[in-house]
Design a protein around this ligand. Sequence first.
Ligand SMILES: *Cc1c(COP(=O)(O)O)cnc(C)c1O
Length: 397
Amino acid sequence: MATDWVNRELAGLHETGLHRRLRTFQGPPAPRIQLDDREVLLMCSNGYLGLAAHPRVIQAAQQAAADWGTSSAASRLISGNTPLHRNLEKELARLKGTEDAVLFATGYQANLGTIPALVGPGDIVLSDQLNHASLIDGCRLARTRTHPYPHNDTTTAAALLAEHRTRARRALILTDGVFSMDGDQAPLATLADHAQNHDTMLMVDDAHGTGVLGPGGAGTATHQGVADRIDLHMGTLSKALGAEGGFIAGSTPLCDYLRNRSRAFVYSTAPAPPTVAAAHAALQVLQSEPHRIHDLHDRANQMRRGLQDAGLAVPDGETPIIPIHAGKAHDAMAWMQALEKRGVFVAAIRPPTVPPDTSRLRVTVMATHTRADIEEAITAIQDTAPRPPNTPPEATP
Ligand SMILES: *Cc1c(COP(=O)(O)O)cnc(C)c1O
């Protein structure tokens, strides 16, 4: 058959420990969730604030389905635009402190739709090597010259700008605000300096900072005090905000331009009313229940410190994303499976999501985890940790 090669590709994935299969969960993303026929402690959801299971958010989605239907049934520019969409954009602009914001169906689409509208052949992009796949794909789609720079290496980024900027029409620096698999942050002030010195745009993907960092969950740039120096604030509604959809926040002309020139905006159906209403309600809960962000950071600190005290290879950080180094893909998978047997579910992250030999357990905590949940997870992770290769078996008396 013409598709026989697929079986050979799959065999290769199995041999290298890189095959992925879908697991099926029952119920909303909450600290305790049903996996197959048992309950597990969920330690790898991006629903950091527990808002996808919040009664007010659920109620808003239900009401919007009743009032506006379950689909927008057209692009925003045809007949899919409603006051719900416009009000959410205004609220997102308020959160980010910008003049306006543009809504997309997903965060992935926001990046894919925005980068090719900003740059093309004859332009340059500087892109952190650990940037999210959707930023990388956006660059590919733009058919622009992309210069990757080593992770958070602003010196190399500046040198690349000095070398290539003058011959390019436009230039763009792309970075995650919070890096999705490492949980660390970009040095935005320094990147903003370089951008300013070289007449270059700066776009920050804050999928994991929005609703998490800074006063009121405004994001990484606000947390670092440089929000007004970012040209494009990208965010997603699908993580801390408990809904679905992506957005770009920026100036009025920039947003007007994207509504005209971003193909992912023009040629895709407007986000469905229930999800738009859910995101709006989530933003209101963010304001009315500020303890959620506080709880999130309390649990993240407890987890990070507990794992470090247990002697595990865990970097310092300020976010709820806590990577635990495992090395080879097979080792990360074995650790994950041992944890699952203990009733704790943590995803092993393997190439190509992370570079070779940097497979890891990516632990994420939620505001709705109890301190006892975190304690239980730490103990299980410690008990199942693979022994370093040189450690002797059990000490014999
Ligand atoms: C999840 C993620 C996206 C994509 O957002 P979706 O709304 O899930 O499509 C983009 N960038 C980063 C850094 C992410 O982690």
